[in-house]
Design a protein around this ligand. Structure first.
Ligand code: SAM
Length: 473
């Protein structure tokens, strides 16, 4: 079963470790009873829409209060949890399933930076991509988003989620934050959604209860400080650092707020309407913000914003490092351009492995620099490869919001869309030839190639859904 489809097994408050109980009783006082009671109810289900794939019908859905401004980041609560895996709109990147409290990042970002100007943003602890897809939607098209995940096995899901989201100004990398020193002073914004003890997820993920211990809290707190230490030099002077966790304890939240203010950062207060019921938590003169599940329709989440007040000499983009990548020749460029809706906004390049990349104009130098700075990475718009005279389009291109909307396509029924995601070859009424986009509700799902009445299915093997679709078709 896909993680998105896990039913929110109601956690039993009786299972709560006694040290955690004591901590929360001390933190919440008379509210503790409400907090404990809410943990035995099902977690709310919420989704965030992809503004560039606007097909989801939100009639009668209640909006998430902090993602409700008709802007590019809109969140909604669902009345119940459907099978997301078996929803072709989910597979096509029309929305992301995200717990509502974590969408508060959008409000924190909007209050801290000018989202209309080009920014270089690093999401340092990015998998599976909830914050990354939110950031991609919130940032201007001429911004650059680097989504980094240290654990290699989690990078593929991050990539998959970002490919579905379909933005071209995104880079995925796989580094320990401590290995990123070659990007000193490079970023305007660094988001650290830190690995934590997960106290805020006890209702959604009862396993987190079993894993909790005071010793683990201390381990997490020490790891978070190491991540902060590595992140600090990556920010430009005056850059913004956003720190968040899905936990409640002071060692992982307020202690790190204090740590940052002692290490060259100024804390930046945020203002939330009182009806959102978010709690201000102070340490010295600094403040962070806590969502509690008995106060908000969401899980436990902490967020705090900082501005870097110290100077770091910024890395220079060095043209000598670009040698491994070549610009496409004019004839190849003409071919590549045909696949994009606004080809004039891109320039075209080929990597040594043959992957053709479309890079947003104006960002080329930055992209190419990152290509040389990172060992293991992927770019948002890897278009495909030339094979002799032919161009073989990539799955990422099919899902890209930049793809040419006039390319040949077939609209699939829900049944055929699910068969597509099972990687079955489809039998259709009319004979078809060549590359075609498989679509559902007007959204691209991927490629098929017509050979007579049959179409071959080019869904990447790893993307195939394993769930039984029988009762849905
Ligand atoms: N931001 C993600 C999202 O919204 O979907 C969730 C991130 S999760 C809370 C924390 C991430 O930090 C995990 O993907 C984990 O693999 C990663 N992580 C674990 N140890 C780390 C370390 N030492 N440095 C950086 N990241 C680490």
């Amino acid at each position: 079963m896909n993680a998105y489809d896990l039913h929110s097994a109601a956690g039993s408050p009786a299972d709560l470790p006694s040290a955690f109980r004591d901590q929360m009783q001390a933190q919440l006082g008379p509210e503790f009873a409400d907090f404990q009671q809410i943990l035995s109810t099902p977690a709310p289900v919420s989704i965030r829409l992809n503004p560039r794939k606007p097909v989801y019908d939100t009639t009668n859905l209640n909006p998430v209060p902090w993602c409700n401004d008709q802007g590019p980041v809109q969140g909604f609560y669902l009345a119940e949890r459907p099978s997301f895996t078996l929803d072709p709109l989910f597979q096509a990147g029309a929305y992301y399933v995200q717990e509502a409290s974590s969408m508060l990042l959008y409000e924190a970002l909007g209050q801290s930076v000018n989202l209309n100007r080009p920014l270089r943003v690093l999401d340092l602890c990015a998998a599976p991509g909830g914050k990354s897809t939110l950031l991609a939607s919130a940032l201007s098209a001429d911004s650059l988003l680097v989504c980094n995940e240290v654990i290699r096995s989690r990078v593929s899901v991050l990539r998959e989620n970002l490919e579905k989201w379909g933005y071209a100004n995104v880079v995925v990398s796989n580094h320990d934050p401590e290995e990123m020193g070659n990007l000193a002073g490079f970023f305007d914004v660094v988001v650290i959604d830190a690995p934590c003890s997960g106290e805020g997820l006890f209702r959604k993920d009862p396993d987190a209860i079993q894993e909790w211990s005071e010793a683990n809290v201390q381990l997490c707190s020490a790891r978070q400080k190491r991540i902060l230490d590595a992140a600090i030099p990556l920010l430009d002077e005056r850059g913004i650092l956003i720190y968040s966790t899905c936990t409640y304890n002071d060692s992982e939240n307020l202690d790190n707020v204090r740590y940052l203010t002692e290490n060259g950062f100024r804390n930046r207060p945020l203002i939330f309407p009182p009806e959102w019921q978010i709690v201000d938590k102070y340490v010295d003169n600094s403040v962070g913000y806590q969502c509690y599940p008995h106060r908000v329709q969401g899980e436990g989440f902490f967020i705090s914003v900082f501005q870097k007040m110290s100077f770091t000499a910024a890395v220079k983009l060095d043209a000598r490092t670009f040698r491994s990548i070549r610009a496409l020749r004019p004839r190849e460029t003409t071919t590549a351009m045909k696949w994009l809706e606004n080809p004039a906004s891109f320039s075209f390049w080929e990597k040594p492995n043959g992957d053709v990349m479309a890079l947003p104009k104006g960002l080329e130098k930055t992209f190419l620099f990152l290509d040389s700075a990172f060992r293991n990475k992927g770019f948002g718009l890897e278009m495909g490869q030339f094979k002799g005279q032919d161009f073989i389009p990539s799955h990422a291109l099919a899902l890209s919001t930049e793809i040419n909307r006039q390319l040949p396509a077939i609209e699939l029924s829900k049944e055929n869309a699910l068969r597509y995601f099972k990687k079955e070859n489809l039998v259709l009424d009319e004979p078809l030839k060549g590359w075609l986009l498989a679509r559902y509700n007007g959204l691209n799902l991927g490629w098929v190639k017509g050979v007579g009445n049959r179409v071959n299915n080019y869904l990447p093997k790893d993307w195939r859904i394993r769930m039984d679709i029988k009762e849905y078709v």
